[in-house]
Design a protein around this ligand. Sequence first.
Ligand SMILES: Nc1nc2c(ncn2[C@@H]2O[C@H](COP(=O)(O)OP(=O)(O)O)[C@@H](O)[C@H]2O)c(=O)[nH]1
Ligand SMILES: [Mg+2]
Length: 396
Amino acid sequence: MNCFSTKAVIQMVVRQYNSSKKNSKPLRNYLKQNSRFLDSLRVHVKAGTGGFGFPKYGGEGGKGGDVSFVATDGMTLKDFLNKYPRKKIQAETGGNSHSRRILGQIGQDKKVNVPIGITVYDDKNVLIGDLNEKDSELIVAKGGEGGKNSNGYCGVKGESRSVKLELKLIADIGLVGFPNAGKSTFLKAISNAKPKIASYPFTTIRPNIGILSYEDLRQISMADLPGLIEGAHCNIGMGHRFLRHVERTKLLLLIVDINGFQLNPKHKFRSCLETIILLNKELELYKEELLDKPAMLLINKMDTEGAKEKYLEIKDQLENLDEALLSFPKEIRPLKSIKFDKIIQISAKNQPDDIKQVKQIVRNLLDINEELSNDVECHPLEDLKEQLRERGPVLL
Ligand SMILES: Nc1nc2c(ncn2[C@@H]2O[C@H](COP(=O)(O)OP(=O)(O)O)[C@@H](O)[C@H]2O)c(=O)[nH]1
Ligand SMILES: [Mg+2]
């Protein structure tokens, strides 16, 4: 595998920066602004301590407030950071019990808005919980009990810990491809998104989400992820950083340029078929299970010269990827081949009819797979009966 050195990557970014003449900001600001799509954040949460009890009258202190996260529409981790720049969140302490108020006041809970799609881990990376539904709530630090007889009338300390928020975008479809394959062009054509389009690698440095709207008001979301490149598993380019966003998608849409890809003249040219194999391998190296997801392949830029011929040359191999893999060198060959439910040739830029067709197909594929997964979940006995019927004895 062709792993580029860190120096080469830095040189590439500098070159890219210099080539976009509009930039008047210093390079460091440019990088800060653009490369930091915030998708993970560590914060400290501290729940309220319970109030003191009042031993003389057997009075109980109020319970300390909890800290909880609430999944909120339209919220980003950047908004979160703007609101809590010190990354410290604290709930109220419980009130003390005193002669005029035997039961101390309960400390107010602190409810913090977070984006939908957040997973929360503790400081040992143990999962605390997921927030995937709008308005779902997760307590991340529990308030301490108020002081009472059982605890010597001293309020118990509230939980205090550091937690990590990790955002996994939730889109129905994830677009995966090398830079320049036409992901942004395709997303722009098929959805309401307005991603940047340019013909140099790494145009997309943060995920974009577009909504596909249908006449019957059905909506499907699609995420355009920054381009993977060969060697992403060695953390080249942006590495596998963005692949976690496809973990939750229901359909992978791989998009490749029929003319292949070359990062720059110093790097190996990869043919269209090689780019498919390399994408397959990068997905496998990130998480093998991704290869079991429903997937579709778009061969893009079919309007360019010689595209039809190039396609005909690889058509058979594409339909038989398992076998085709064997003729490729070991270092680019994945262990398992991805199974495409559909392979379609398109021109994202110049053929609106192709886009219409893909729009319909992705919807059908999502529906079919949804039905299949429901069947598997709901009718295990029926499936078993069916299998046994085929083999002989009848299960009554
Ligand atoms: N000829 C042709 N060019 C395309 C097509 N789709 C995208 N492009 C061009 O390919 C370049 C890269 O496209 P872009 O969408 O930014 O690729 P991304 O890096 O995968 O997001 C741009 O110059 C696009 O205009 C297509 O179907 N045909
Ligand atoms: Mg792009």
